[in-house]
Design a protein around this ligand. Sequence first.
Ligand code: FAD
Length: 339
Amino acid sequence: MGRILVLAEHNTGTLDTVTRELLAAAARLGEPAVVLLTGPGAGPALAGQLAGWGVTDVYLAESTYAGTRLTTPAVAALEAAVRLARAAGAEVSGVLIAGTIDGREVAARLCVRLTAGLISDAVDARLRDGVIVATVPVLGGAYTVEAVAKGLAVVTVRPHSIVADGIPGSVPDRDVPGGTVTAPIRLEIDAELERGRGAEIVAVHPRPASGIRPGLTEASVVVSGGRGLGSDEGFGLAGDLADLFGGAVGASRAAVEAGLCEPGLQVGQTGATVTPELYIALGISGAIQHRAGMQGAGTIIAVNKDADAPIFAVADFGVVGDVFTVVPQLIEAVVAHRA
Ligand code: FAD
């Protein structure tokens, strides 16, 4: 069995649950090892959390550019880990990366660096006759195909698509069954590649405070607004409803293009793929490119004034009506129910 490298996703010192999902997938495919990219000195604490998840082998790269929007440090770290493992005589058969916007870019760049095969947006992966076979939805999820790569497979995995069975809980405690990270293997990364050729962060604009809303791909409830919400103010309805459930706000591309919200909220083929327990679509027609990013949700509720809107084809519950009439009533009903 070859070695499977997993790129850990973490945020402000805590590992994201998608990392646990990637580990679950990796454990089916070979010998999992984690590549951890952190800022100076931040690595050992995260390695401790990984121990709680049963990980023993960690490749640690510290970079001054970790945590910036540059994806090149992660590419450099993964490339260094693959080369180091190979130099030590190990076969590396797969690299698993979260199918986030940044993850997709890292994967594509890594494939160029290593002349590897890229499989994007997998929802499952297993070994068949020693070869990694990934399941990938195509044509907006209407079909799935099985994909294999020639040689090293770099696979981006859709968040929430893999059940993290068998991976210990997320308690960052070294005593949790699963072991201890043997001393992390420190990676030297190519300074030029790390910084990125020709790319530089010139300013960082923090997202306007959205209270305690969770991230779009992590949230168990997502309320998305479309062009039907009409204005910034109308778009606020999606936020009001999301906040009732402790959920995240998403958007269609038309809503983003109309300037109703920031681009980072876009759900769909060219935005985020979300698989929450509950997805509520407000004033969204349900174009195939939007559905590609949300039809894996557990339960889908749609509100649209057009009874023929395609979103109703994938909705479990549909309300034909004006969002400005229906949503305030819905909010009132939820509040009354909880009182
Ligand atoms: P519309 O299609 O204009 O629909 C608005 C809906 O709101 C209508 O159904 C209308 O009946 C309803 N409505 C209007 N007023 C009200 C009201 N008061 N109450 C209730 N309902 C109301 N789109 C994405 O979302 N994500 C993507 O990632 C994406 N990627 C794309 C990639 C490519 C290559 C291309 C070509 C397109 C992509 N699109 C994507 C765009 C996609 O095709 C649609 O144009 C877009 O999803 C439409 O957004 P919408 O549903 O908000 O707008």
